[in-house]
Write a protein that binds this ligand. Structure first.
Ligand SMILES: Cc1cc2nc3c(=O)[nH]c(=O)nc-3n(C[C@H](O)[C@H](O)[C@H](O)COP(=O)(O)OP(=O)(O)OC[C@H]3O[C@@H](n4cnc5c(N)ncnc54)[C@H](O)[C@@H]3O)c2cc1C
Length: 434
């Protein structure tokens, strides 16, 4: 079997890999020096599109339309771009073994790849109900969404089950985005989740009440406080019913499960230091092993602003951490240093004609402001998180680009507040004057 050697290898071909490649090219990587090895069959693309415009019934997003770096307003890197730069895109190739001491990777087909510097960018994999032995969870038409292949299967199912019934298992952002897009496809949608409200890791009860009300008005049935404990299938093996823990049974032609992800670190277990479920790095995304970096979803990095190690699954961080690592690698070769990574957590989601953004840390007390009536023709509202007399986090639904910039600034600057009632009354104008 062939052995290939590169100066730099990125394992994983998702968001981080694409942004790292662009940064390497900016920094002057030479032809033949850099390879991206990806399990997927396509060049790096903006993954968030998969649960949004990719599933639209009309004018859906399709590759090559959303290759990186269009998601952040940059140039679209088509496969030809990599060719022109002499960056080798090794697609449809899964790495099944990594030996960090020997500096080699081995693919499922048995090829060996040697590297001098490795960047781990394997992202996350979805948690499957079959992992917990949920009865009937291997029935046909039960879907998960992580990669473009998964999205293609969903597109086929939507076509095959016109006007059918969809049950979405999970009330996180994937569940919310998928419920919306399924409804837009004229399917009959029910969402099921165990928590008292949707997106509990970020949303307060007040924020969630708006989205739940909005979704109900769109005709989406929301079932809270229970979980799917089993599925029944018809004689073709296709899912027919979802059994809930509270005894209810929901009819289903399609089930989509969005119950979270896990960082893909198994290849490196026992070879590199881990922390908080991810691969521990410094501010330059260097791991505990010399010449090995980790970026994106898999990295547990020092979040300077909060003086603690964190792992985040945000596309914005995937992009920025990848750029930071590529810059740090090139700088260290020239004996230079670069500034430490100073990330402001940023997360967003879109569904129907809604768009929210969140910046900072969601800890402490909260206040809500603005018009959060789900019946409003143009709802616009937000929330601040306040701890130790300072605003640490800010959320805004329906903001303009300038207003979103203003809440980002609040989360970065952490202005003091004395009176929460006054803050709530001031609302967005508090952010706009910072
Ligand atoms: C459907 C969906 C919607 C999302 N929407 C949003 C959003 O609205 N806002 C937001 O902030 N974030 C969103 N995210 C999260 C965001 O996309 C991720 O945080 C980001 O993609 C992480 O980038 P990454 O490069 O670390 O991993 P990924 O982009 O997942 O890339 C990892 C790549 O590594 C490959 N790989 C893994 N293991 C191997 C192996 N052994 N060998 C070879 N290749 C391998 C994978 O196939 C994949 O190509 C969304 C995620 C999904 C799945």
């Amino acid at each position: 079997m062939a052995v290939k050697s590169f100066k730099y290898v990125i394992v994983g071909g998702g968001v981080s890999a694409g942004y790292a490649a662009r940064e390497f090219a900016k920094q002057g990587v030479k032809p033949g020096e850099l390879a991206i090895i990806s399990k997927e069959a396509v060049a790096p693309y903006e993954r968030p599109a998969l649960s949004k415009a990719y599933l639209f019934p009309e004018s859906p997003a399709r590759l090559p339309g959303f290759h990186v770096c269009v998601g952040s307003g940059g140039e679209r890197l088509l496969p030809e771009w990599y060719k022109e730069k002499g960056i080798e895109l090794i697609l449809s190739t899964e790495i099944v073994k990594a030996d960090l001491a020997a500096k080699t990777l081995i693919s499922a087909a048995g090829e060996t790849f040697n590297y001098q510097i490795l960047i781990i960018a394997t992202g996350s994999s979805v948690i499957r109900l079959t992992d917990f032995g949920v009865q009937g969870a291997d029935a046909k038409n039960i879907y998960y969404l992580r990669e473009v292949d998964d999205a293609d299967k969903l597109v086929e199912a939507i076509k095959a089950k016109k006007n059918g019934k969809v049950v979405i298992v999970g009330g996180g952002y994937i569940g919310l985005e998928l419920s919306a897009v399924m409804k837009i496809n004229n399917l009959d949608v029910s969402m099921v989740y165990p928590e008292p409200w949707c997106m509990p890791r970020l949303f307060t009860a007040d924020i969630a009440a708006f989205y739940e009300g909005f979704y109900k008005n769109k005709g989406i049935q929301i079932i809270k406080g229970t979980v799917a404990v089993g599925f029944t299938a018809d004689s073709n093996g296709e899912v027919k019913e979802v059994k809930l823990k509270d005894g209810r049974v929901l009819e289903a032609d399609i089930v989509v499960v969005g119950v979270g992800g896990r960082p893909l670190t198994t290849l490196f277990k026992g070879q590199v230091e881990e922390e908080k479920g991810g691969i521990k790095t410094d501010s330059f995304f260097k791991t505990s092993v010399p010449n090995v970096y980790a970026v994106g979803d898999v990295a547990t990095f020092p979040l300077k602003l909060y003086k603690e190690l964190r792992r985040v699954e945000h596309v914005d961080h995937a992009r920025k951490s990848a750029e930071q690592a590529a810059k740090a690698i090139k700088a260290s070769e020239e004996g230079k240093t670069i500034e430490e990574y100073d990330y402001l957590p940023f997360f967003y989601s879109r569904s129907f004609d809604l768009l929210w953004q969140f910046y900072g840390d969601n800890v402490g007390d909260t206040v809500i402001f603005g018009d959060n009536n789900p019946e409003s023709p143009k709802p616009k509202f937000g929330s601040y998180w306040i701890k130790d007399g300072k605003v640490l986090g800010a959320f805004l639904e329906g903001g303009t680009p300038e207003e979103n910039k203003a809440i980002a600034k609040v989360a970065r600057v952490q202005p003091p507040v004395e009176n929460l009632d006054v803050l709530s009354k001031e609302g967005l104008s508090f952010a706009c004057k910072i």
